[in-house]
Design a protein around this ligand. Structure first.
Ligand SMILES: Nc1ncnc2c1ncn2[C@@H]1O[C@H](COP(=O)(O)OP(=O)(O)OP(=O)(O)O)[C@@H](O)[C@H]1O
Length: 603
């Protein structure tokens, strides 16, 4: 009988009763040192913060909204209640022991990719002429190199370990904005390095800041909260953040649904500076009073438009507005996505204070990195058409290794059925969707990443954020209803300067998407088939086709004349500290890159 995930985790915790087959361990708990010392000796974040590896021995706060409060705080914030109170002293030696115990995330081969995983091979030329547009008050100028940014020695060392040679455009612009303490809504193409763009300033800010001691034991008081919509994405952000914060003393913990909560509670009790979480599990932890948000200084929402879409909005409002989190203007808030529909921007502005809007890159995820093809395929022909594509791909395999192909379908049942059919026909495939257990989801992802099953059939649960190297082909077997979902799906390929292919199967059922798809492809200089243009000419934008970005995935809604007329409506009661410059029409916009001065089909 297969062992459940919960059983397998408790088997890890109770080795005496462990079954002979290897037990499943959640990703964020893998590669932990085998002998776990008592909690009080395990991690002493605050002493690390004082253990100056970062060049911050002398307060050197760059425009942080916390700089003025340094002296009010104790110097030894520990990030969590801890057990036994071993969290307080810089001189207690806990950090040194803690640091020794810190697992080196750069040697983690947990998800060994098909080929070598190198960042240095990134083709930055692909980003040279990317259009960038900022709006807002007193926008800090972009930087050109990591050396131009004062992130501290320890973070710089981790950047080197990551093999990041220079910042991507979104990093060049957002990091100075965030380090200046400004709120931010950033809309940048898929695969362009947004994760590091919000992680670096948070880590650096926590390293240089001084924070009060958590007031209650056994309750976690994170300083930063990063929310994302899926479990896999939260795990991925956690992994990335651990790399960026290695040996900085900043402790990152992840909490997500589908995993045993007790394990996560124990992690939280050991101390946390940065909590990465999915909204549902976080609400659970808040309701159990095991996490308090009262010390939050940084709030980042990844895939922010998804987080504020109908499904998640109530939970996000609860977390951000109805618990004990400091209000906008006190905390620093950063929202990131590749797409930002205007109505979502309006909602989001409730969470922000005098923010800067940044748009980087074209719609369709990247300039010419993703070749987009649309083929007219009747429902009944889709399987055989897919088979043809896969056969062609198999013929083109390099060194016997088949390129990774991600196939998006509409329903969970459809995913199961297509996976089964592919396997029956000799194509090693696996599937990921919301009805699979977390263990199955993780196995599927891992099996795909390592190339054991080079075809992954997925629902939209895999559409956003997942950074899987070597995905060469994204097939929209079923097209989504929303063009923004299409943008995120195809963005699973063509990442970080690499090229990719996206094929969509289109038929009458997708008529409502025709116009936005055809416009998007034109914007991205893709060949639009004549038949699709005819479909587009016949259709209007459906209610769900709400793109408003033109060359970008979104444009600042405050630029709309309707916004200036009705500014108070949007901000009434939201607590936003609106800069008078916007409402009075004196708002600043600047464009960088090849194409300054914006004209857009959607405005
Ligand atoms: N400065 C850099 N130099 C080289 N590689 C980088 C740099 N910054 C990020 N990367 C790499 O680029 C890839 C994509 O980054 P990331 O996942 O943060 O993209 P994203 O913009 O969040 O994408 P999505 O919109 O799909 O969520 C990752 O593999 C990351 O390690």
């Amino acid at each position: 009988m297969p062992m459940s995930w919960a059983d397998s985790v408790s088997a890890v915790e109770n080795p005496a009763g462990a079954p002979s087959k290897s037990a499943y361990v959640p990703p964020h708990l893998r590669n932990r040192p085998s002998a776990d010392p008592p909690a009080q000796a395990s991690y002493a974040g605050p002493s690390a913060l004082g253990n100056d590896h970062s060049g911050y021995g002398v307060p050197n706060v760059v425009g942080s909204r916390w700089s003025g409060q340094r002296n009010e705080y104790q110097s030894d914030y520990a990030g969590g209640g801890g057990r036994g109170g071993g969290w307080n002293g810089r001189s207690g030696g806990g950090w040194d022991r803690g640091r020794d115990r810190e697992v080196n995330p750069f040697t983690d081969d947990d998800s060994e990719p098909v080929g070598e995983q190198e960042s240095s091979g990134i083709n930055f030329d692909a980003y040279e002429d990317i259009p960038v547009e900022t709006s807002g008050d007193n926008v800090p100028p972009p930087v050109n190199t990591f050396a131009d940014i004062d992130l501290g020695q320890a973070v710089n060392e981790n950047i080197r370990r990551c093999k990041y040679v220079k910042p991507t455009p979104v990093q060049r612009h957002t990091i100075p904005i965030s380090l200046a303490g400004r709120d931010l809504m950033a809309c940048a193409q898929t695969g362009s390095g947004k994760t590091a763009a919000f992680c670096f300033p948070i880590i650096s800010g926590i390293m240089r800041g001084q924070f009060p001691r958590p007031p209650r034991p056994r309750v976690a008081f994170p300083l930063a909260l990063i929310l994302s919509p899926t479990r896999e994405l939260s795990c991925q952000i956690h992994d990335e953040a651990k790399k960026f914060s290695y040996q900085t003393g900043v402790k990152v913990v992840v909490a997500y649904g589908g995993a045993p909560i007790n394990q996560q509670l124990r992690e939280l009790e050991r101390g946390v500076h940065i909590l990465v979480a999915t909204p549902g599990r976080l609400v659970d932890l808040l309701e159990r009073a095991r996490v308090s948000l009262q010390m939050i200084r940084y709030l980042a929402l990844d895939e922010a438009d998804r987080m504020l879409d109908m499904g998640f909005e109530p939970q996000i409002r609860k977390i951000v507005q109805q618990m004990d989190m400091p209000p906008p203007g006190v905390r620093q808030t950063m929202l990131f996505s590749a797409t930002f529909p205007k109505e979502i921007q309006r909602l989001a502005s409730d969470f922000l204070s005098n923010y800067i809007f940044l748009a980087v890159g074209r719609v369709g995820s990247s300039t010419d990195l993703i070749v987009q093809r649309v083929e007219y395929v009747q429902e009944t022909d889709k399987r055989s058409h897919l088979m043809d594509l896969l056969h062609a791909q198999r013929d083109n395999s390099v060194n016997g290794k088949q390129a990774l192909t991600l196939v998006f379908v509409e329903t969970k049942k459809g995913a199961d059925a297509l996976e089964h059919w592919l396997c029956m026909n000799g194509f090693p495939a696996t599937a990921i969707h919301g009805d699979r257990t977390q263990q199955e989801r993780e196995y599927a992802l891992r099996s795909f990443k390592t190339g054991n099953t080079p075809i992954l059939v997925a629902t939209d649960v895999a559409a956003r954020g997942l950074d899987i190297p070597h995905v060469a082909h994204v097939v929209n077997f079923d097209l989504p209803n929303d063009i923004d979902d299409y943008v995120h799906r195809i963005g699973r390929t063509g990442r970080a300067g690499k090229t990719g292919l996206a094929t969509a199967f289109f038929n009458e059922n997708n008529s409502s998407l025709a116009r936005s798809l055809s416009d998007l492809m034109q914007e991205a200089n893709q060949e639009v088939p004549a038949w699709l243009s005819r479909f587009a000419a016949r259709s209007t934008y459906g209610g769900k086709n709400r793109r408003g970005g033109g060359r970008f995935g979104g444009r600042d809604f405050r630029r709309d004349s309707s916004y200036n007329r009705g500014a108070t409506d949007y901000y009434g009661g939201g607590g936003a500290n609106m800069n008078s410059g916007y409402a009075s029409g004196g708002y600043n916009t600047s464009s960088y890159g090849a194409a300054a001065g914006v004209t857009s089909a959607w405005d």
